[in-house]
Design a protein around this ligand. Structure first.
Ligand SMILES: [Ca+2]
Ligand SMILES: [Ca+2]
Length: 576
């Protein structure tokens, strides 16, 4: 086993984390002018068995204990730089479970408004709310009426207040736009159904009599993915569930309706749209999906010049790249997300620190080729994924924290799912992934929601917000520091990456980010549970340790060009 690196077969849900044996003996300093990382690793492998027992340090021996002090002190004076562009820190809220204000146990818009100071204080600059339109389900991805607000969540006035209050805080609001399907309870579907019920069996339907017939895909043949329409001999396309009929996106009536919907909400002040289920628009036909996106994006931008679109294409990098040809601003960067994605694999040791950087460089190249003004949309988890604290069963915090920082420090518009800043848990059935925001351990305290029906009882791993907010070492505080750093150095969100591969390897990576406008930064990341060192003296431009993200008791030390990086730590260097 390589020094400081877990076995590639390490499984955090199964295997204990190796002991934090800090090896501080000399001979293992990376140098940007020194050996190649390959040959260094051989030396590490030989050294490790010799020095492992000889120079283990305990935190008590460490004169620099108190890394949280370093993090709080060093980051204290960082100033947020606000830039009015699409590079945002977006907080994803599942309204049903976020904050309840009227005591019915269901989160509401007034609840979100009451937490805007919390959201702003965390460092977020945009909100994405999952659907808020009337719907029979708690998740509301089957929309009954695109021009209204679900009474469970509040009123149109509440939504307008939300947008206004967000505006005061420079927070943009992104609306979830579900265009692949509606609910069967949507008036459009009901009218089409009525019409087909009354149509004599041997007659052909005509849009001259009922335009709603054209809104959906109907056929008289039974097919897979199509559901029978009751009291008729017709079937309708319903790929997800027979309560969600697929819209006919070729219909000029539907396209007019979509245009009207976008205009309606843009006029109310939303900044853009998150597009649900992009790959299902035309199932199995990426070309048509891209063409539809091209129409949608150009229509939206003709209504409002900077109307922002982010698409959910849950697929691999090269197919995501194809959708960028449509001119869409952003597509969620799925390959980095979830339990099977790059971020989790880095923390589990099956993907290296330099691989994490190289994967970003490669993705940037592939996406930029298709859309030179694209804005990446990195994220780690969302409402369809198990929460990240559950990915590392035996972790006591450092791994969960560091993984999120690796996501937050990526270029683009970063997305964070509510509750992840507390390390909430929830996996398995979808309801569990949408558990009540853990404001307090007392389920009856102010704002607490009851959560979706059918949700299992979830035992949280980390404390509630009430307890975490006063603890400098908490998950919440770490998260806040990560967003603070992102807000203080615009090159982190906007910069292009240069990897210093001579001093990067599986354990540690050194890379610069520069957007050509703001101060360039150098990031040093140690993704292992061991202390790692690197000689950065040849990188003359970056001489000042300007911000840190620590997870262990040890401080990050930058001394005469030598960087000493404790386990799971991140350093930001700038010029003087
Ligand atoms: Ca409520
Ligand atoms: Ca479809």
């Amino acid at each position: 086993m390589l020094r400081g690196r877990r076995s590639p077969h390490f499984h955090p849900d199964r295997d204990p984390l190796p002991l934090h044996a800090e090896i501080l003996c000399g001979g293992n300093v990376r140098s940007c002018q020194g050996m190649t990382s390959r040959s260094k690793k051989l030396v590490y492998a030989l050294l490790s068995s010799l020095v492992f027992t000889a120079c283990t340090k305990t935190p008590a021996d460490n004169p620099s204990a108190g890394s949280s002090v370093q993090m709080m002190e060093l980051n204290k004076d960082l100033k947020s730089v606000y830039i009015d562009d699409a590079y945002r820190n977006t907080y994803e809220i599942f309204p049903y479970s976020f904050c309840d204000t009227d005591g019915d146990g269901i989160g509401d818009l007034k609840g979100i408004i009451s937490k805007l100071d919390y959201i702003q204080d965390m460092g977020f600059t945009a909100l994405w709310l999952t659907p808020v339109h009337p719907s029979g389900t708690y998740h509301k991805y089957d929309v009954d009426d695109y021009y209204a607000i679900d009474p469970q969540f509040g009123t149109m006035e509440d939504y307008e207040t939300l947008i206004e209050e967000c505006g005061k805080r420079n927070i943009r609001v992104i609306m979830d736009l579900v265009l692949n399907h509606t609910s069967t309870d949507n008036e459009w579907f009901q009218k089409a159904h009525e019409y087909l019920k009354e149509l004599p069996p041997d007659w052909e339907p005509s849009v001259d009599y009922c335009k709603y017939f054209d809104y959906y895909n109907f056929t008289r043949e039974a097919k897979e993915g199509w559901a029978p329409l009751s009291d008729t001999n017709w079937y309708y396309e319903a790929r997800f569930w027979d309560g969600m009929p697929d819209l006919n996106l070729n219909s000029s009536f539907v396209r007019q309706e979509i245009t009207d919907i976008m205009k309606f909400w843009l006029d109310k002040g939303v900044s853009g749209f998150r597009l649900d289920a992009v790959t299902s628009f035309y199932t199995g036909d990426p070309d048509q999906n891209t063409e539809f996106l091209r129409w949608l994006v150009s229509t939206g931008k003709s209504l409002k010049k900077d109307c922002y679109f982010v698409g959910e294409a849950w697929t691999g990098r090269d197919e995501i790249a194809k959708y960028y040809e449509s001119g869409i601003d952003s597509l969620f960067n799925f390959p980095f997300a979830d339990q099977s994605g790059i971020l989790c694999n880095v923390m589990r040791g099956s993907f290296g620190a330099e691989d994490y950087v190289n994967a970003q460089i490669k993705a940037d190249q592939v996406y930029r080729e298709r859309n030179s003004s694209y804005v990446d949309a990195p994220f780690y988890t969302n409402h369809d994924m198990g929460r990240s604290a559950g990915y590392y069963a035996l972790d006591e915090g450092p791994v969960t924290k560091m993984a999120y920082a690796l996501s937050i420090l990526m270029s683009g518009n970063t997305y964070v799912y509510y509750g992840e800043e507390l390390g909430m848990k929830g996996s398995g059935r979808d309801e569990n992934k949408r558990a009540p925001m853990y404001w307090s351990t007392d389920a009856s305290s102010e704002g607490m929601c009851r959560g979706p029906e059918g949700m299992d009882e979830i035992k949280m791993k980390f404390p509630s917000f009430e307890e975490q907010k006063t603890d400098d070492l908490s998950m919440w505080n770490y998260f806040r520091q990560a967003l603070k750093i992102r807000n203080a150095f615009p090159s982190i969100a906007r910069g292009e990456i240069t990897l210093y591969d001579e001093c990067s390897d599986e354990e540690l990576a050194v890379f610069a980010k520069d957007d050509g406008v703001h101060e360039p930064v150098l990031l040093v990341i140690n993704v292992t549970d061991q202390t790692e060192t690197a000689d950065l003296s040849s990188l003359g431009e970056f001489t000042k340790l300007s911000a840190v993200l620590n997870t262990s008791e040890e401080k990050i030390v930058y001394d005469h060009g030598t960087m000493t990086m404790p386990p799971f730590s991140i350093a930001v260097l700038t010029g003087e």
